[in-house]
Design a protein around this ligand. Structure first.
Ligand SMILES: O=P(O)(O)OC[C@H]1O[C@H](OP(=O)(O)OP(=O)(O)O)[C@H](O)[C@@H]1O
Ligand SMILES: O=c1cc[nH]c(=O)[nH]1
Ligand SMILES: [Mg+2]
Length: 225
């Protein structure tokens, strides 16, 4: 990606628009490499996907607002920061995003949860919608859209279209793995959507799979191949 510059644990493209955060922390990279390994089975793959999601969420939620509240420790009274501002929603793109929403709810248990059912047609690579259930008050919430793979970007764009049609005003996309094509496609349609990912791989192959990638995320999570 052009325009990336290193920070402590992340690299970001510059400017408020077209923002991509690559979480280059060694823990994330180690776990991602284990996910890539063809010998990693579904149980371990699911555990790793859940752990990487927590670490992506840690970065993605860095700008959550806090406010000082007064409370008493066992030692003395004081003012301490607690989450404030807009409420949160996590939205999983089915199937593979489910593992991410389950994980992220451990960090933000009060978040509402939405589901968008999409699968990618293997011939056309276009997303096919089959389900959609979102929190009613999504316009008032910061939305974290979850899908481990950002490949052609067709699924992410369709999901963001659905979120915005439902009123969502603030959307961040968390993906374990992305490619430049997918990022460009999302930002061509939705330049306001920040993408947080563990890595940006080289390219797509002729079947629309990320190279070197980790294979088909849904199949690896659920052992369906
Ligand atoms: O960026 P794209 O080219 O649209 O590809 C990415 C999509 O492909 C995978 O889902 P898949 O269609 O395999 O559905 P599944 O999660 O049910 O396996 C993945 O989880 C994304 O949703
Ligand atoms: O590499 C890819 C591309 C799309 N979907 C996946 O699960 N993996
Ligand atoms: Mg799949």
């Amino acid at each position: 990606m052009s325009g990336l510059h290193a920070q402590d644990t992340t690299s970001q493209s510059s400017g408020p628009q077209h923002l991509v955060t690559v979480v280059s922390h060694p823990l994330v990279q180690h776990k991602l490499s284990l996910m890539r390994d063809i010998h990693t089975g579904p149980k371990e793959f699911r555990e790793l996907a859940a752990e990487v999601t927590l670490l992506l969420a840690y970065e993605a939620m860095r700008d959550l607002e806090t406010e000082a509240v007064t409370l008493e420790t066992p030692i003395q009274k004081g003012e301490f920061p607690m989450l404030a501002g807009k409420k949160l929603a996590v939205v999983a793109i089915l199937r593979a995003g489910l593992i991410m929403s389950d994980s992220i709810l451990r960090l933000v248990p009060a978040a509402r949860v939405g589901h968008i059912g999409l699968y990618r047609d293997p011939e056309t690579l276009r997303p096919v919608a089959y389900y959609n259930k979102l929190p009613q008050d999504i316009a008032e919430r910061r939305v974290f859209l979850l899908d481990p793979m950002l490949a052609t970007g067709g699924s992410a764009v369709a999901a963001i279209d659905t979120l915005k049609a439902a009123g969502a005003l603030s959307v961040k996309l968390l993906s374990v793995l992305a490619v430049p094509e997918g990022i460009a496609r999302v930002h061509a349609s939705h330049p306001d959507v920040e993408i947080v990912t563990a890595a940006v791989d080289e390219r797509l192959n002729d079947h629309g799979y990320i190279v070197p990638g980790l294979g088909d995320a849904g199949d690896r999570i659920y052992g369906t191949k």
